[in-house]
Design a protein around this ligand. Structure first.
Ligand SMILES: [Mg+2]
Length: 266
C-alpha cells in the first residue's frame, strides 16, 4: 500500500482530458503547469498517441496556450523506443506508423527495414496501407517480434471515432495468430520509463489522468498515488464501477493550484 503521507516531489500527467480537450485548454491547466515549473517540481506529460514527435506535440500544445518544454513530453512512441533500446540495443524494425514512432526509433539508433527485422512495431497512423499491413503480417509470420505502441481500439476526431492502433493490431493478430506486446498505458512500463526519465520515485510521485482503465490502473500498478480528474472522459461516479480506486478524485487540475506540494494532504 502506498504511503499517502509521503511528500509529493514529482508529477506524471495524462494530456488529453486533463490538460487539453479537443485542442482546447482545460481552464487552469496552464496555471497548474506554471506552478510546477515555478516550484521546480519535476513533471512529465504523458500520451498514448504515437503519431507525433514530442516537438510536434509541443507546437500543438502551444496553440492551445500551454508552454511545455519538449523534454517534458513522454509519448508511447518514446516509451516503445526506450523499451526496445533496453531489450535489444542497435536492433532493426519494420515500422507501421508515423514520424513520432520512426523518429523515436531512429534516435535510439535503430535501422528501419523490411528485410528480416528483429521487430515489427505498430503505431498510430491515419493512413494505414494494406500493403504495409501485409508486409507486417508476413514478417511476423516469418519470426519478427510484434510490438505495438498502445492498445487503444479507437481514437477521437471531430467527425467521430477512428480505428486506432489496437484495432489494426487485432487485424494483424487475426492473420498471424500472434498478440503484440503493448508498451503504452495501461502497461505500467510506460509509468516506470517516465519516472526514470525525470529521475523520480514511485512513492513520491502522483499520476493524474481522466481514465480509470489506463491512467489510474497503470499509476496504481507502478506504485504511484493517483488522481482521477473529471474534466475528461470520467464522471464523479465512474470510479465506483471499478474494483480499484484512485487516491483522490477532483474536478480538474485547476483544483491543485496552490496545493502542488501536498494536494489536499494526499
Ligand atoms: Mg486522457
Amino acid at each position: 500500500m502506498t504511503n499517502t503521507n509521503e511528500p509529493i516531489l514529482s508529477y506524471l500527467t495524462d494530456m488529453d482530458g486533463v490538460l487539453v480537450h479537443e485542442n482546447h485548454l482545460i481552464p487552469g491547466a496552464d496555471k497548474f503547469l506554471a506552478e510546477l515549473r515555478t516550484n521546480d517540481i519535476p513533471f512529465l506529460v504523458l500520451t498514448n498517441n504515437s503519431i507525433y514527435t514530442a516537438r510536434d506535440l509541443q507546437a500543438r500544445l502551444r496553440h492551445t496556450g500551454l508552454d511545455i518544454p519538449v523534454e517534458s513530453i513522454w509519448t508511447s512512441a518514446l516509451a516503445t523506443a526506450t523499451f526496445l533500446n533496453d531489450q535489444r540495443p542497435g536492433g532493426t524494425a519494420y515500422v507501421v506508423g508515423e514520424s513520432g514512432l520512426t523518429t523515436a526509433l531512429h534516435e535510439i539508433g535503430y535501422v528501419l527495414t523490411d528485410s528480416d527485422p528483429d521487430y515489427v512495431v505498430l503505431g498510430e497512423t491515419r493512413t494505414y496501407s494494406f500493403e504495409a499491413i501485409t508486409t507486417a503480417i508476413r514478417l511476423i509470420t516469418a519470426g519478427a517480434r510484434f510490438i505495438a505502441t498502445n492498445p487503444d481500439a479507437t481514437g477521437p476526431s471531430r467527425e467521430g471515432i477512428l480505428p486506432a492502433t489496437g484495432s489494426v493490431a487485432a487485424l494483424i493478430t487475426r492473420a498471424t495468430g500472434r498478440e503484440p506486446y503493448y508498451v503504452g498505458k495501461p502497461n505500467p512500463l510506460m509509468m516506470r520509463s517516465a519516472l526514470r526519465r525525470i529521475g523520480a520515485h514511485s512513492q513520491s510521485t502522483v499520476m493524474i489522468g481522466d481514465r480509470m482503465d489506463t491512467d489510474v490502473i497503470s499509476g496504481l500498478e507502478a506504485g504511484l498515488r493517483t488522481i482521477l480528474v473529471t474534466s475528461g472522459i470520467s464522471g464523479r461516479t465512474t470510479a465506483e464501477n471499478f474494483p480499484f480506486r484512485p487516491t483522490l478524485t477532483i474536478d480538474s487540475v485547476a483544483d491543485l493550484v496552490g496545493h502542488t506540494r501536498a494536494p489536499f494532504d494526499l
